[in-house]
Design a protein around this ligand. Structure first.
Ligand SMILES: Cc1cc2nc3c(=O)[nH]c(=O)nc-3n(C[C@H](O)[C@H](O)[C@H](O)COP(=O)(O)OP(=O)(O)OC[C@H]3O[C@@H](n4cnc5c(N)ncnc54)[C@H](O)[C@@H]3O)c2cc1C
Length: 409
């Protein structure tokens, strides 16, 4: 399959623009919102809503939209991954509406995000429950139909919902909630529902205190007789074997397809954090008079050169896998295998790169005076959410061997 990773002029302009945004808007407040976990980064949120989201002014049009999204994610997470996750955007909620919703639903629920006016709003997606994460089919949140009012009634608890605080409380936003219509019917009965912010019965219980990405609000949400209109079910309500090729009839398959779009973005985010660490390491070594000789024969490399070359190789491999998955997404090609490959590689690469940077820098890497220790903490999540390292490797194995999830688990 011929693949071209040559970014368009529009993409390159966008890349330079987001690098500047990361440097000027994110880096200066990076430490503050790491320390003040859960505080709303008002200056960043307002900047993003009013200016950031419209991209580079006068940028040439490009038709590689999804690749630009990944370039943006890498640049902004080079700035700060926690602040990136706190941006007012439809986020995973938007990906879910795009993957499982009909055209009408996409127009309706995304309207607030496309509006020129108004206050910042957020989208989120709530799948994970205390007893179900990797095994999403084990969710217990229920959705019951009330024919008298033509509403769905949701009951259950969702944990670790990124952007869940903003999406559940600020009017105009929404949370996409996964629930089962019939626990005995397995995956076919799992559907996703758009719950607008402020809906009665959706309660924000609190936010999780975390190792990294501390600027991001990771919420616990409780649904108690939470009613949403009939049309807030994404796709169709029938419980039957799914046909993933039919728009608006995607059910669990459609909801899972959200990951084909979100995993390349997470991989790009990971690459951004890894690059922040590696760039800083190389600059700091240069300040100490140590230049990395990339062209030295392997047997003549110093231990640090060997480490840095390996870090570079891991970073570039992760980026190329990410661009391939994004390129396929952009072309409308199935990319389930490639999205998981990119995510698995990037999650591991960023974890190794950021830990190695702290190691090589020693005490200054460990000190809170610099951001290197923070990047190490911010990195780890990329190996956990959107499918853990193990789960993404499992998906890759299934796809390559052509085994179903029932056979290889
Ligand atoms: C900061 C943060 C933000 C998050 N944001 C969201 C969000 O926005 N929306 C949302 O719905 N969820 C979110 N999550 C949840 C996240 O996606 C899950 O925690 C993750 O998928 C792991 O699922 P689990 O919690 O059930 O862990 P488990 O599945 O219990 O995993 C525990 C360990 O077992 C391993 N494991 C599990 N199954 C297998 C297997 N079959 N083979 C080999 N190893 C296996 C895992 O890899 C892991 O190492 C977030 C989590 C965090 C920490």
């Amino acid at each position: 399959m011929p693949i071209s990773f040559e970014p368009s002029e529009g993409s390159l302009v966008a890349q330079a623009h987001y690098r500047k945004v990361a440097l000027e808007q994110m880096r200066p407040i990076s430490r503050r919102y790491d320390v003040e976990e859960h505080a709303l980064p008002r200056e960043w949120v307002d900047y993003w809503w009013k200016e950031g989201r419209w991209g580079a002014k006068g940028a040439p049009a490009s038709n590689d939209g999804f690749i630009t999204v990944c370039l943006q994610a890498e640049q902004l997470c080079w700035g700060d991954a926690g602040l990136y996750l706190r941006m007012p955007t439809p986020a995973l909620g938007g990906s879910a509406v795009g993957a499982a919703g009909t055209k009408e639903q996409q127009a309706k629920f995304m309207a607030g995000f496309r509006a020129l006016e108004g206050q910042p709003i957020w989208g989120a997606m709530a799948i994970t429950e205390p007893q179900a994460g990797s095994d999403a089919a084990a969710i217990e949140t229920t959705a019951e139909y009330d024919p008298a009012t033509e509403e769905w009634i949701l009951n259950g608890t969702k944990i670790f919902c990124t952007a869940g605080e903003g999406a559940s409380t600020v009017p105009g936003g929404f949370v996409v909630v996964w629930a089962t219509l019939d626990k005995s019917a397995g995956r076919a009965a799992i559907k996703s529902f758009v719950v607008p912010a402020g809906t009665k019965g959706m309660e924000l219980i609190g936010c999780e205190k975390k190792l990294g990405i501390r600027a991001s609000d990771t919420a616990t949400l409780r649904f108690e007789n939470c009613r949403v209109p009939k049309d807030n079910l994404l796709g169709r309500a029938e419980v039957k074997k799914q046909d993933p090729t039919r728009t608006g009839d995607k059910g669990f398959m459609g909801a899972m397809a959200t990951y084909d779009a979100s995993r390349p973005i997470v991989a790009a985010m990971a690459t951004g954090v890894g690059r922040a660490s590696l760039e800083f390491l190389i600059e700091e070594l240069a300040r100490q008079g140590i230049q990395i000789r990339y062209d030295a024969p392997p047997r003549e490399r110093t231990a640090i050169e060997k480490d840095v070359v390996e870090m570079e190789a891991d970073l570039q491999a992760a980026r190329l896998l990410t661009w391939r998955a994004a390129w396929m997404m952009n072309k409308g090609k199935p990319n389930n295998l490639e999205a998981s490959m990119a995510k698995a590689k990037a999650g591991l690469a960023v974890t190794k790169i950021t830990q190695k940077a702290v190691q090589i820098l020693g005490p200054i890497g460990y000190s809170k005076k610099l951001l290197v220790e923070k990047w190490m903490r911010d990195a780890k999540i990329n190996d956990i959410y959107e499918g853990t390292q193990q789960i993404n490797q499992l998906i890759v194995a299934r796809r390559i061997l052509d085994y179903s999830s029932a056979v290889l688990r």
